[in-house]
Design a protein around this ligand. Structure first.
Ligand code: ADP
Ligand code: MG
Length: 414
């Protein structure tokens, strides 16, 4: 490792208080410090933010961070400032634009967070011309691709903006991009193929199970009885969230709270805060829940209905077991979920239908496979996994596979 990386390690301790890099962080950071554009594909929780925040504290000039959600930006801002990093946001929710712009022009900011819709504004381009820029970091970079699961047209304005600052390296970050989407991100953002860094996607401590939904309350209550720790249950609608929360609380006697966009903001924030603090709470939520929540000890994630895509499934189940301890992901699905998804595809603009259908087919492949779930997931993300993982329903229930627990019991009692 070069001297830059050694210095980065020092900053890791001093500024962030971490002992060591994780996974591909050092590879990404080394490239960034070297001024080379990079696309880093790293799972949720892998620590993507650090790969631009740390260089931002070392490089001359400001790192401009593009991030799609204002709420997440403000979380990041708080965390960065708590570490003593000079950071600011320019969003509709900020009243201190003047001060931020002055500090930026004076070269006093390490990080400037902006939403993608700023990118197309001439005034923003002018602002960038008036200050030294060290790096463009593009978070949730899959939003630039129509192949991604969350295309946002504003992301297409980033390219012309960044092209106006040709010498500034780009760091694109995403958790969820299949091979097709990755290639598209590289093209769209003009990052060389050699700049692609992919972290391992396997979450070996998560046990995956995908079951037919016959009685979701009973099925999830059973799961709650085997997993006394904190859990997240995803439900498709606000009404189902409320219903399930009530019924699961009644069936299990455990603390259960709802979370969805229709709740009073104070109640919603209170439920989230209580969940983050709790060691046994279950939160029943729409998919609005979880982004930016950093709770390492979630013991299970249950889906009461089909998720939107394999990417969404991976991201949502990935909120379980971030501490590395055993965790479960259980999805319940019904034929009506697929019928509804197909109907929805019929209603989207024609040019999006093919990619939506491809996405649904991939999900159907995961649901219907008699083989290893993990292998299907990892192959989807371009990895070449072993045929069987031994830690999903299909591997554990496959005929002829020894039940290790039973075997151990027999040996012990022999
Ligand atoms: P991502 O954006 O990839 O989902 P984050 O950047 O939000 O992940 O980081 C997830 C968590 O991991 C944060 O709490 C962060 O502080 C922590 N983290 C990041 N890098 C390290 C590290 N090298 N050592 C310990 N914790 C880390
Ligand atoms: Mg992130």
């Amino acid at each position: 490792p070069g001297p830059a990386l050694a210095e980065a390690r020092g900053k890791l301790r001093e500024v962030f208080g971490f002992d060591d890099f994780r996974g591909v962080q050092p590879q990404v950071i080394e490239r960034v410090l070297d001024g080379r554009s990079t696309l880093a594909v790293m799972p949720t929780g892998a620590g993507k933010s650090l790969t631009y925040q740390l260089p931002a504290t070392m490089l001359k000039g400001t790192c401009v961070v593009v991030s799609p959600l204002i709420a997440l930006m403000h979380d990041q801002l708080r965390a960065a400032r708590a570490n003593g990093i000079a950071a600011a946001t320019l969003t509709s929710a900020d009243a201190d634009w003047r001060e931020t712009m002055d500090a930026f022009r004076a070269g006093q900011l390490d990080l400037l967070y902006v939403a993608p819709e700023r990118a197309s504004q001439p005034a923003f381009r002018d602002l960038l011309s008036s200050a030294p820029i060290a790096l463009f970091a593009i978070d949730e970079a899959h939003c630039v691709s129509e192949w991604g699961h969350d295309f946002r047209p504003d992301y297409r304005q980033l390219r012309p903006l960044m092209d106006a600052f040709a010498g500034v390296p780009r760091l694109a970050l995403t958790a969820t991009a299949d091979a097709h989407t990755r290639a598209d991100i590289l093209t769209q953002l003009d990052i060389p193929e050699s700049g692609l860094i992919v972290a391992g996607f396997d979450r070996s401590n998560i046990r995956y199970a995908i079951r037919h939904r016959d009685n979701p309350v009973r099925q999830i209550a059973d799961l709650m009885r085997t997993e006394p720790g904190p859990g997240i249950v995803y439900a498709p609608t606000r009404a189902k969230v409320e219903q399930l929360a009530d019924k699961l609380a009644a069936a299990t006697g455990r603390p259960v709270r709802p979370y969805h966009a229709g709740l009073d903001p104070a109640v919603r924030a209170g439920n989230q805060a209580a969940f983050v603090e709790s060691e046994d709470m279950v939160i029943v939520a729409t998919i609005a829940f979880g982004m930016g929540i950093d709770k390492p000890d979630v013991r299970f994630v249950a889906h009461a209905g089909l998720p939107k895509s394999i990417e969404a499934y991976y991201q949502e189940t990935g909120r379980a077991g971030r501490d590395g301890d055993a965790a479960q992901a259980v999805m319940l699905w019904g034929a009506d979920d697929f019928a509804r998804a197909r109907q929805r595809i019929g209603e989207v603009p024609e040019d999006r239908r093919t990619s939506e259908r491809t996405r649904l087919d991939a999900l159907a492949g995961l649901v219907e496979t008699a083989g290893c779930r993990r292998a299907v997931l990892l192959r989807h993300f371009g990895e070449d996994p072993p045929e069987r993982c031994g830690n999903c329903d299909n591997c554990l229930e496959a005929p002829g596979v020894l039940d290790v627990t039973e075997l151990a019991q027999k040996l012990l009692s022999a």
